[in-house]
Each structure stands twice: as C-alpha cells, then as structure tokens.
Design a protein around this ligand. Structure first.
Ligand code: IMP
Ligand code: MG
Length: 182
C-alpha cells in the first residue's frame, strides 16, 4: 500500500528502502552481540510484528520467537501508564537470552512494565530492541539497547504502527496530519 494516496497522511518519514537498510545494519549489530548464543525474540503484539520478522530474517544467530499482547489504559485521574498482559507468552523464558522487541518506546510506561514482568521470570539476559524511539516524550527512564530510528514528537503510522488499528500494513513510516491529543 502506498502512503501518498492515504488521506490523513502528511509526509513520509522513512521509506521502505531506508527501513530495510537500517534493519540490515541493526541486525548485524545484534548478531554480533549474541554471537555464540541463541536469541529469543519476544514481540509485543501487534505493532512489533512487521519489525520483528524483518529483523529476524537478517540475524546471523539462531533465533526463537514468542509473542505477548498487552492492553494499556489511563487510570481514573487520566494519567497514562496502566499496563497489563492480555495474552501471555506460550513458553517459559527461564535461562533464555531474551530480546524484547517493541514498535515504539514513547513515555516508557509499557516498556517498564514489561521489563519488570519478564525480569522476574529468570531469563539469562534481557535486552530491548525498538523500531522507533521517541525519547523527547519519555516520562520513566527505561534502558533501550538497540533502536532503529529516533523520531520527532509527531504521531506516526506504518510498518506495524497503527491509528485506530489502520495503516499497520504501510511499508513506510509516515507522519499523520492530525496532531496528537496529548
Ligand atoms: P508508552 O511508551 O508506554 O508510552 O507506549 C508506547 C505504545 O504506545 C506503543 O507500543 C504504541 O502502541 C503506542 N504509540 C505511541 N506512539 C505512537 C505513534 O506515534 N503511533 C502509533 N502508536 C503509538
Ligand atoms: Mg506497542
């Protein structure tokens, strides 16, 4: 699907070609880091799927994968940051070298929750790889070991990221015309 024809899309931030090239580089870095080990990619549904599969194809170490689904919502005072696991992993991560794969790290609430939860399950190691990083909006400090792109404070869609569940299948990352609500 081409982004140019989509109503609501302002401009393309990263083209399919730029994404592919950057993922290949990042996969090289990650392969180096896990040399001699098997990495278990843990994908956060649904946003990270496109990134995870693209990354996995370029990794040069043995790869396992598992997925979890979360739901996040605001608490009564309207503050963000309440996260829970809606669909858990199929298998144990005890003793595994886990690489948590996210679509985007924004405020950091989701990642903090996931890291706390997964760390309690006894992995041999636990690292984080995110497709996009919007560091300017961080509220809680979280470790990000690998990132594809740093992005400006604009709402983006494509390559897994959605707006009301739409646009995930765009090959590029595009900036939405609508300003984010807050
Ligand atoms: P946070 O880091 O807990 O604030 O939340 C990150 C989650 O919010 C991501 O996993 C996305 O699901 C969603 N999100 C944040 N920014 C965007 C965006 O620009 N486009 C689409 N989804 C976003
Ligand atoms: Mg997400």
């Amino acid at each position: 699907m081409s982004a140019v024809a989509i109503p609501g899309v302002d401009r393309i931030l990263f083209t399919e070609e730029q994404i592919e090239a950057r993922i290949r580089d990042l996969a090289g870095e990650i392969s180096e880091h896990y040399r001699g080990k098997t990495v278990k990619l843990v994908g956060v549904l649904k946003g990270s799927i496109f990134f995870l599969t693209a990354l996995a194809r370029h990794l040069e170490v043995p790869v396992k994968m598992d997925f979890l689904g979360i739901s996040s919502f605001s608490n009564k005072s309207g503050a963000p940051g309440v996260v829970r696991i809606a669909k858990d992993l199929d298998e144990s991560i005890e003793g595994e070298d886990v690489l948590l794969v996210e679509d985007i790290v924004d405020t950091g609430f989701t990642l903090r929750y996931l890291l706390q939860t997964l760390a309690g399950r006894g992995p041999n190691s636990l690292s984080v790889c995110t497709f996009l990083d919007r560091n300017s909006r961080r509220i809680v400090q979280v470790p990000v070991d690998f990132r594809c792109f740093e992005i400006p404070d604009r709402f983006v869609v494509g390559f897994g990221l959605d707006y009301n569940q739409l646009y995930r299948n765009l090959g590029c990352v595009a900036v939405m015309k609508v300003e984010r609500g807050g």
